[in-house]
Design a protein around this ligand. Sequence first.
Ligand code: ZN
Length: 195
Amino acid sequence: MGKKIFTILFATMMVIAICSSCGNDDETKNDIRTGEEQVDQLIDQLILNIAQMCVDKKNGEFYLPVSSKDEAYRFCESLTGEKWDGKNRTVTLADAYGTVMLKAGSVEGLYGTVIFRDVRHLDDMTLHLADPEYIKNDNYGIDQFVNISVIGTCTNPKCKYVYTKNAAGVGYMPSGYKCDKCGSKLNVTTSWGGR
Ligand SMILES: [Zn+2]
């Protein structure tokens, strides 16, 4: 009898010890984020930077001008919430929300490439982080690039689809400002302008 009470007491103390160590440990902070929270952060960062992005009309790949390797790394960390040292790495999002591949830059001026695969709320895309000079000169004509901006986002928290247009005003807005992925109302941004 006495021994059993001691065992229960000990087990309770262990549970308390384990719980308090979880709460204090910063290392486990990323691991307990849900896939939804991870994708939220990712889309927030993409929208923050989308006005600076260009898209190569030939292959549909995106370019974000950055001034240095460090800036490219910081951008990737702001996307995934995890440190990146510039080596090839695949970040698997929680709850089967997709993968984000980080690839080291292979040529001078190209600091890294981010490949989004099956990420919830997002079309698959390839985003190169490159020096502005590289984007202007290297193998591509500047006329192939068009700047893009957000014109609307779906208000349905389960969808969050983002609608964009390019600098020439070419974009796609579904009729009635209703998301054509889920039918919910769109939050239309001022850059659509209605012009
Ligand atoms: Zn939607």
